[in-house]
Design a protein around this ligand. Structure first.
Ligand code: HEM
Length: 487
């Protein structure tokens, strides 16, 4: 009897100590430091040693598909108004930023919060995505934005990519069913490689290259253990192979430039060329590695994020036929049988309802649920301490799903975009110096898909109740299986 009691007591003590260990280890010293001042420690709980709250986070995001409960629980327990909580996620003590003012502050204070990647090797150490803020980052970023996200470029690619989209839709309608995410990804990969590096890969190679890119994605935030069998090791191998392919194109261009009679570059005016021509702040041309790291990573984030957005638009429209009807009406009025059925960039600007559908898709899809930063120093925001070295998760998803920011946030309502959202409540593309380099591109791409889908096709979800997996990015677990037919 005594023995059982002792075991129970011991287990309770171990349980108690495990539950409070992180609090004692990380938070007590902070409380002692702050006791003399008015500075408060954000409310919350750091969970178990090493794991923190990661298990409940994974449970809510990927098993029961209720990601917003993670924050709702904190709001109920610690207060709605705070908008700042403490936690322990992804192996680090963390601050969760939820309020519009704090999100904005973190996104706009790159001197106080650095971007955090477990490793830079998978995306490329010279990629704009992994480079620390500074001149090199801002020069490369502006070259990328100039090459893919400005009106003159967009008006060109609008015409370039439509035949591929029109042909793909026709092909899908001849198939009994498709996995929408997979099929859209192949289309976006095909045209992204063409407009970023003028690479024609052809349908025979597209599956293989898509598989390589998928391999990189799995290694994104994996632990950097470079051992055979790990996601990280595989991702590095995949990146090496893609880089090799793009390097062949780079070498061809260098040769062409050498051979050109005038000695001037044979300008192709795509992103690869833009990066080859540019000089950094020391007036030095970028190295091959710097060019290739940026080409590989921009193709990666570009084609995948557009594919996610298009997949979600198919889901939202299937569930909201009245929206599809209005969309069809607007787009039929714009239909052009001449000009290969293509609409122009100027046409897209006139498609007001389509624009609202695209925006509502981006809001509700919440493709970047949060972005990661690390506090470089102790920072006090509105009386709360953000401790030096802690991770800061800017919880963008909460901005878009909070009923105080968007009325009835879970309903797909394009007409809500008749008025502008409250200031600071809409940040799907991040903000500050690290804001997305492809925000206009994704809006235009969505509009083109929506145009051709709505005028020519109807589709049905084959597993309407499929659960959504929210990590690493939200997607129905079946990849959105649909059957698609001509109207
Ligand atoms: C709906 C689609 C998209 C969403 C929701 C999205 C979201 C984001 C977010 C939130 C960030 C900021 C990350 C951070 O602060 O840590 C970001 C950065 C970035 N995005 Fe996007 N993005 C999308 C589409 C695209 C496309 C189509 C491209 C390019 C073709 C692109 C290229 C980039 C790049 C290069 C960065 C890094 C910028 C930097 O670090 O300075 N994105 N994106």
């Amino acid at each position: 009897m005594i023995c059982i009691v002792s075991v129970v007591l011991l287990l309770s003590m171990i349980g108690w100590l495990s539950w409070w260990w992180n609090e004692i280890w990380y938070v007590r010293p902070l409380k002692a430091r702050c006791s003399a001042s008015n500075v408060k420690i954000p409310l919350g709980h750091l969970g178990f040693p090493l794991l923190g709250e990661t298990l409940s986070f994974l449970w809510l995001f990927n098993i029961v598909s209720r990601p917003d409960d993670f924050i709702t629980f904190k709001k109920h327990k610690y207060g709605y108004k705070e908008g700042i909580y403490r936690s322990h996620l992804y192996g680090s003590p963390s601050i969760i930023a939820c309020s519009p003012s704090l999100c904005k502050f973190v996104l706009n204070s790159s001197d106080k919060f650095t971007q955090e990647w477990p490793t830079t090797q998978v995306l490329g150490a010279n990629s704009v995505i992994t480079l620390n803020e500074g001149q090199q980052h801002s020069i490369i970023k502006s070259a990328i934005v100039k090459s893919i996200n400005q009106p003159d470029y967009l008006s060109r690619i609008v015409l370039q990519i439509q035949p591929t989209i029109v042909a793909a839709l026709q092909l899908w309608s001849q198939m009994p069913k498709i996995n929408a995410f997979y099929q859209v990804k192949k289309v976006t990969l095909d045209y992204t490689m063409r407009y970023i590096a003028h690479l024609e890969i052809g349908s025979s190679q597209i599956d293989a290259i898509e598989k390589l890119y998928q391999g990189i994605v799995y290694g994104f935030r994996a632990q950097p253990w470079n051992l055979p069998g790990t996601a990280y090791h595989h991702a590095l191998k995949c990146r090496k192979e893609i880089t090799k392919k793009l390097k062949e194109e780079l070498e061809k261009r260098k040769q062409k430039n050498k051979d050109s009679v005038s000695g001037e570059s044979a300008i192709i005016s795509d992103l690869m060329d833009g990066l080859m021509q540019m000089k950094n702040n020391e007036q030095r041309h970028l190295s091959d590695e710097e060019v290739l790291d940026n080409v590989v990573s921009t193709i990666l984030v570009g084609h995948i994020s557009i594919a996610y957005a298009v997949t979600w638009s198919l889901q939202f429209l299937a569930n909201n036929p009245h929206v599809l009807l209005k969309l069809r009406e607007e787009n039929k009025a714009m239909f052009k049988e001449d000009n290969n059925e293509s609409i122009t960039y100027e046409d897209i600007l006139k498609l007001k309802y389509t624009k609202k559908v695209a925006e509502e898709t981006i809001r509700m899809a919440n493709l970047s649920a949060f972005v990661f930063r690390k506090a470089t120093d102790d920072i006090v925001f509105e009386g709360y301490l953000i401790p030096k070295g802690w991770s800061v998760l800017v919880w963008l998803r909460n901005l878009h799903n909070d009923p105080t920011n968007f009325e009835d946030p879970m309903s797909f309502n394009p007409d809500r975009w008749d008025t502008r959202p409250k200031q600071g409540t809409y940040h799907p593309f991040g903000g500050g110096s690290r804001s997305c380099a492809g925000s206009a591109l994704v809006r235009v791409s969505l509009a083109i898909f929506l145009h051709h889908l709505s005028i020519g096709y109807k589709w049905k979800l084959l597993n309407p109740g499929a659960k959504v997996k929210y990590l690493s990015h939200p997607l129905p677990s079946d990849g959105l299986e649909i059957s698609i037919n001509k109207v």
